[in-house]
Design a protein around this ligand. Structure first.
Ligand code: PHE
Length: 447
């Protein structure tokens, strides 16, 4: 076993940055604002916050705890708990690995576009107008080149391992992300029209609440906290035993939610600034146009209306998105890499390269069959696999793992936990409420 040479996060803050880096991604800076804008603003926001607190946070604690107990990749960690049913541990660990890979395969395409949109203004500044246009125009060749580039970056970081790759880059990139956000939000509120966006963001229109909205809010919360696919399990396995899991999970969830809320605070006002500047954002019946493409259509046209400063803002904005995407994609790739590295004794560098290539092939297949595959892969992996795997982890914690063993694990780094309210609620909550709630939200629209 390679376990004696396992990596570890070197500090608590390093872990928080890495786990928050995994959580904060396109889900926050792109998915959340887009969903909020197209689902009635504040109504979606409220539902999302509820889902975060009631379902996603307890599940985050669950995944981190399984991982730290196992001190290994998701397959081995599950095996350690599912002693009497090793085959199931292998099956579900492998499904998690597959889900993480599927998510990465479409995520890398999106992130590639963001690189293109970030690089385009720079290319324009140095006089390469034609190239800038190519970068911003949909095309198979462009999609392929940029996806390869993004996947290359991801493999580069993961190859370097836990402390020197994932932790180092997350600790460098996350603060940069926070600063860029603050600057952009500060700027957008100096612009005419921003307040109208703020109103949509903060004043709920309850007529939008329906079963579909609840499902979307749950999916969004699970995606945003990187749940289900074993990413948090594997990060938990690199966590030192003297760290308080509950508190740390709380901090990660707060940072993640904070970034999503900030992204809303940037993008909804930006939409209305764009509208004020003459960019069309709603169609005749008042629906948001091209909601999925919001970030790629509305915002660049907003930056265009701003003159030369718009180029700088555009670059900063897309740089921010790429950073957020990269700290998430490394977490996705880490799941299968840890499995291959530890289960099959393959060197980390080699595992990262092999898996990076395999997932890239998947991305290429999606790029060339974009209209039929992109949404399909995204829906299967995020709307189905993530919540359903979450249910499996809740069952593992609630029904398979002996409660005293859990307590022993969670007590390390948190010796007084037994006396607090958390331990009174959480075990039965994960045992009954989480699986039933996730399944209900999930099945309800199908009934
Ligand atoms: N949480 C990331 C985001 O919001 C996505 C992610 C999903 C990362 C699963 C890792 C694993 O973009």
């Amino acid at each position: 076993m390679a376990s004696s040479s396992r990596g570890q996060f070197s500090s608590r803050i390093g872990f928080i940055m890495a786990a928050a880096g995994s959580a904060v991604g396109l889900g926050n800076v792109w998915g959340f604002p887009t969903q909020t804008a197209s689902n009635g603003g504040a109504a979606f926001l409220v539902m999302y916050l509820l889902m975060m607190v009631l379902l996603a946070f307890p599940m985050l604690v669950a995944e981190l705890t399984i991982g730290r107990y196992g001190q290994s990749n998701p397959i081995a960690s599950l095996k350690k708990i599912w002693v009497r049913n090793q085959a199931l541990a292998i099956v579900f660990g492998s499904i998690a690995m597959l889900a993480a890979s599927l998510i990465l395969s479409f995520y890398a395409i999106l992130a590639g576009w963001l690189i293109g949109f970030g690089a385009a203004p720079v290319m324009e500044l140095v006089g390469l107008k034609g190239f800038a246009e190519w970068l911003e125009t949909y095309g198979v060749a462009r999609n392929l080149v940029l996806t390869v580039l993004f996947m290359g970056l991801t493999v580069y970081v993961v190859q370097k391992g836990v402390a020197n790759g994932i932790e180092k880059w997350s600790t460098r990139l996350m603060p940069l992300l926070f600063v860029l956000f603050a600057v952009l939000i500060g700027y957008i509120f100096t612009q005419e029209g921003a307040i109208e966006g703020l109103e949509m963001y903060l004043i709920p229109d309850w007529s939008h609440v329906n079963a579909g909205l609840v499902v979307n809010a749950m999916g969004q919360a699970f995606f945003s906290l990187s749940l289900g696919v074993g990413a948090m399990m594997v990060y938990g396995s690199y966590l030192k035993k003297d760290i308080n899991i509950v508190r740390t999970a709380g901090q990660v969830a707060v940072i993640d939610t904070g970034v999503a809320l900030s992204a809303g605070l940037l993008i909804l006002p930006a939409m209305f600034v764009a509208k004020h500047n003459g960019v069309q954002i709603f169609n005749e019946v008042g629906e948001l146009i091209s909601s999925g493409n919001l970030v790629f259509t509305v915002l660049p046209s907003l930056f265009d209306t701003m003159g030369p400063i718009g180029e700088v803002i555009g670059l900063a904005f897309f740089a921010l998105m790429v950073i957020a995407a990269l700290t998430s994609s490394i977490a996705m790739l880490e799941v299968p890499v840890a499995c291959l590295h530890e289960e099959l004794n393959i060197r980390r560098e080699k595992a990262a390269k092999i898996l990076g290539l395999a997932i890239l092939i998947l991305s290429v297949i999606i790029v060339v069959n974009f209209s039929s595959l992109f949404d399909l892969v995204a829906t299967i992996s995020t709307m189905y696999m993530q919540p359903l795997l979450g249910v499996v982890w809740a069952i593992v914690i609630g029904w398979i793992w002996h409660r005293n063993k859990q307590l022993e694990e969670i007590k390390q780094g948190n010796p007084d936990i037994e006396q607090g309210w958390f331990w009174k609620i959480w075990p039965w909550y994960v045992k009954f409420v989480c699986p039933i709630a996730v399944l209900t939200v999930f099945l309800y629209p199908q009934l």
